[in-house]
Design a protein around this ligand. Structure first.
Ligand code: SF4
Ligand code: SF4
Length: 235
């Protein structure tokens, strides 16, 4: 119902399913019936998404947002035919940009996996209210987006420190932590959405979850070596 409900992941999904263009229509800015003003969220998401598209080599003109009321049928028709013509002019997604179909799909899949992380890191800007269109292009810069992806944070459980208290596994929102009683816990990097909950949840006296930025994550400890031998039991 609200353009603010259009998640970054929805737009990326449309492109990964082969759509050549995505249009989002929102109510006029400052005319939202609710205090939430979700159309500003949609605008910021589009500005971010367009920069991400540039980063992966996709023409950002393939994504457009416009604001209008339900009484402006003529305007809607004009905007849609203009956008339709633009997309036709750009040609098929990927082909026109010279990116191989599979390469584009894997780039989009990689970015989609990072959506929760991107939303956490860019939370403040995504919630901001821009006063005029001159500010649109400055909200997210190319350098900022390049940095965002070159310094992606990963989380790793140090097997030497983990005490198998299970707190992190219970709090992880996507069940990305493999572990059991008396078993050193391990993060499944394929499932992890980099929310940082485990980092916050691991008791300070253990401090077993490490934040890694821009570096490869060490391989997980082999399954057969995960049993924790408590000092008292050793005795
Ligand atoms: S950062 Fe930790 S809590 Fe968040 S998804 Fe990854 S493993 Fe789970
Ligand atoms: S919260 Fe920390 S000590 Fe407890 S299982 Fe997770 S990583 Fe290990």
């Amino acid at each position: 119902m609200c353009s603010g409900r259009v998640d970054l992941a929805f737009v990326l999904r449309a492109f990964s399913k082969g759509m050549d263009g995505v249009f989002i229509g929102g109510c006029r800015l400052n005319e939202c019936n609710y205090s939430t003003h979700g159309n500003y969220d949609a605008l910021n998401m589009v500005l971010l998404c367009r920069k991400i598209m540039e980063h992966i080599g996709v023409d950002p003109e393939r994504l457009r947002i416009d604001f209008m009321s339900s009484a402006e049928g003529m305007l809607f028709t004009e905007v849609m035919s203009e956008f339709g013509n633009k997309v036709k002019e750009l040609g098929p997604l990927g082909k026109a940009e010279g990116i191989d179909h599979n390469e584009l799909r894997s780039k989009l899949a990689e970015i989609t996996k990072l959506v929760p992380y991107i939303k956490v890191v860019k939370n403040e800007k995504l919630a901001s209210r821009l006063e005029n269109p001159e500010e649109y292009d400055k909200l997210f810069t190319k350098d900022e987006i390049d940095k965002l992806f070159s310094e992606v944070i990963s989380y790793y459980i140090d097997p030497e420190k983990c005490q198998a208290c299970m707190t992190c596994a219970q709090r992880c929102p996507v069940e990305a932590i493999v572990g059991a009683k008396n078993q050193i816990h391990v993060i499944d990097q394929e499932k992890c959405i980099k929310c940082g909950t485990c980092f916050e949840a691991c008791p300070p006296q253990f401090g077993a979850v490490t934040k890694i930025s821009g570096e490869p994550v060490p391989p997980p400890i082999p399954e057969g070596e995960r049993t924790i031998v408590r000092k008292s039991k050793e005795r």
